[in-house]
Structures are given as C-alpha cells and as structure tokens.
Ligand binder design. Structure first.
Ligand SMILES: [Ca+2]
Ligand SMILES: [Ca+2]
Ligand SMILES: [Ca+2]
Ligand SMILES: [Ca+2]
Length: 139
C-alpha cells in the first residue's frame, strides 16, 4: 500500500514535471521569437539576413531585402559598415564576377567600373555580345 502510494506520487510528479516542462518550452520559444508578435518588431529579422530590424535601421539597409545593394553579398556580410552594405560596387569585384542581382535598382543604377556606362546597361549587352562587362572598364 505504501509502496503503491509512493509510486503513484512519483508517477504524478513525473507527469506534472513533463507537461509543465513542455508547456514552458513552447511558451518560451514563442516569447523568444520576436517575429511572432510582429515582423516589424525591432528584434525581428524579417528578411532572414542575420541583421535585426533595429540593426538594419541603424545601418540604413533594407529590412525586407537580404541584399540591399544587389551585389550578391547578404547585408550581414556586406554590412561591416553602412557604406559597403549600400554601395553596390563595394567591396570591389574581379572582372569575371557574376554574383550580382541584375534586378536590383541600386545595382542597376551604379557604375562599378567607372566607364560611364551603368551596370544595368552593361549587363543588358553582356548576354548578347560579350563586349560589355559591368566590372571591366575596358569592356
Ligand atoms: Ca534583416
Ligand atoms: Ca536586409
Ligand atoms: Ca549586398
Ligand atoms: Ca560601367
């Protein structure tokens, strides 16, 4: 009788402990995810680029775009300082670089090789003739 009671008590404690723990974990994970309240929460990283909304506000990068300047480097890696993350031509790339996003308006409007032809224009010609290269001032 005593042993039975003891076992029952142990079983109930175990059950309570397990369910309590489970609920606690679920509650905690929801509370720990700032995006569950609002994707505009300062602590939320809505574009999943490794920078929170607050960090992107401070850098001036796009909270809804992983790669603000379209140079192919995600904001978190490109964002060592705000100028690099928002300058499609920084860091400098070699002439065979193809990692850029040719639909990005910041990238399109820049002139990475400084030859006077915009990246977007050079990229348009790059496909048809190989005479144009946004990263080569001689082409
Ligand atoms: Ca982000
Ligand atoms: Ca971003
Ligand atoms: Ca970038
Ligand atoms: Ca150019």
């Amino acid at each position: 009788m005593l042993l039975k009671e003891k076992m029952l008590t142990v079983a109930m404690i175990a059950l309570l402990g397990l369910s309590g723990c489970g609920l606690g974990d679920r509650g905690a994970s929801l509370e720990n995810d700032p995006c569950s309240t609002s994707i505009n929460d300062q602590a939320c990283d809505q574009d999943n680029d490794g920078l929170t909304n607050k960090e992107e506000d401070l850098l001036g990068t796009d909270k809804k775009n992983r790669d603000t300047d379209g140079d192919g480097i995600a904001d978190v890696a490109d964002g060592s300082n705000s100028n690099t993350a928002k300058d499609a031509c920084l860091p400098r790339q070699s002439t065979d670089y193809l990692g850029y996003d040719n639909t990005n308006s910041i990238w399109i409007a820049d002139d990475c090789d400084g030859d006077g032809a915009l990246n977007g224009e050079e990229d348009d010609y790059r496909d048809s003739s190989r005479l144009s290269n946004p990263y080569d001032a001689n082409n």
